[in-house]
Write a protein that binds this ligand. Structure first.
Ligand SMILES: Nc1ncnc2c1ncn2[C@@H]1O[C@H](COP(=O)(O)OP(=O)(O)OP(=O)(O)O)[C@@H](O)[C@H]1O
Ligand SMILES: [Mg+2]
Length: 255
């Protein structure tokens, strides 16, 4: 099994706090890997380090064997890594379709000069962007809202648009940070089907999630973080019955 993404001894310290501490993780190509853990465990910090928003204090991150832990976000996007955010970050003033078009542009080949001169290559590309964008919106049941301003959408729709926008960059690895937060159980299950579909389409997914039903529905394997350290790794069933994991979550309830 080839590792698409590998973390080796990754640490991230904020002043005295170890948000991540010597984390080793392997995300195999074509799998859906879950990342769970109590609040403040370091899950978002890990996704930030993989996507280039933040950088490890120590250790290395490798995508197809290439070191990416010193790269800025735009280079990491260009390599084929896309993400969603725990706190939704859409272009709120733009329409739903424009959010998708901007993302597609990141992977487009027409240059600024092509677009200024309205060269045929650019016109062709704009047309195909538009068609592909609408297809993507249909898949996420957002086609009817294509011309609406993104910030006006109901919360669940904004979450789905975030995933659609991430897919629009044509990634190989998709990072999802609590993508179903605020969704009801039916919306969550439907979202899970979209994650499974991404895997069928050949993508690899690393998903941070609190909803254990969703983890069981989609994940091939799960890593558990607690206070920045990996305390367990296994199948969803193994994780659910792991005493260290149960204890970590019980500790959270006492807070
Ligand atoms: N920029 C920062 N500066 C200082 N401390 C930070 C920073 N970012 C995160 N932290 C701290 O690092 C720890 C891990 O935070 P992180 O957001 O990664 O946790 P998380 O597992 O995503 O939590 P949650 O489930 O609440 O989203 C927390 O103690 C947090 O306060
Ligand atoms: Mg988080």
């Amino acid at each position: 099994m080839t590792a698409l993404l590998e973390l080796k001894g990754v640490s991230r310290h904020f002043e005295g706090l170890a948000a991540l501490s010597d984390v080793d993780m392997t995300v195999p190509e074509g799998k859906i890997v879950g990342l769970i853990g109590p609040n403040g465990a370091g899950k978002t910090t890990l996704l930030n380090c993989v996507s280039g928003l933040d950088h490890p204090s120590d250790g290395g991150i490798y995508f197809r064997g290439k070191a990416i832990h010193r790269m800025p976000p735009y280079r990491i996007t260009a390599l084929g890594i896309a993400r969603t955010y725990q706190n939704i970050r859409l272009f709120g003033e733009m329409t739903v379709l424009e959010n998708i078009l901007v993302a597609q542009h990141l992977s487009g080949r027409a240059t600024v000069f092509d677009s200024l001169l309205l060269l045929p290559r650019h016109r062709r590309e704009v047309r195909s962007f538009h068609e592909r964008g609408m297809t993507l919106l249909e898949r996420f049941r957002l086609a009817g809202s294509a011309e609406l301003v993104a910030s006006g959408l109901p919360y669940g729709d904004q979450r789905r648009l975030e995933m659609a926008r991430a897919l629009a960059t044509g990634p190989q690895l998709l990072l999802l940070d609590e993508p179903t937060a605020g969704m009801n159980p039916v919306e969550t299950r439907l979202f899970g089907e979209q994650v499974l579909r991404a895997r069928e389409d050949g993508l690899t997914v690393l998903i941070v999630e609190h909803d254990m039903a969703l983890i069981g529905q989609v994940c091939d394997e799960v890593y558990v973080l607690n206070f920045g350290q990996v305390i367990a790794h296994g199948t969803p069933d193994e994780i659910k019955n792991n005493p260290d994991v149960i204890e970590a979550y019980l500790g959270e309830d006492e807070d």
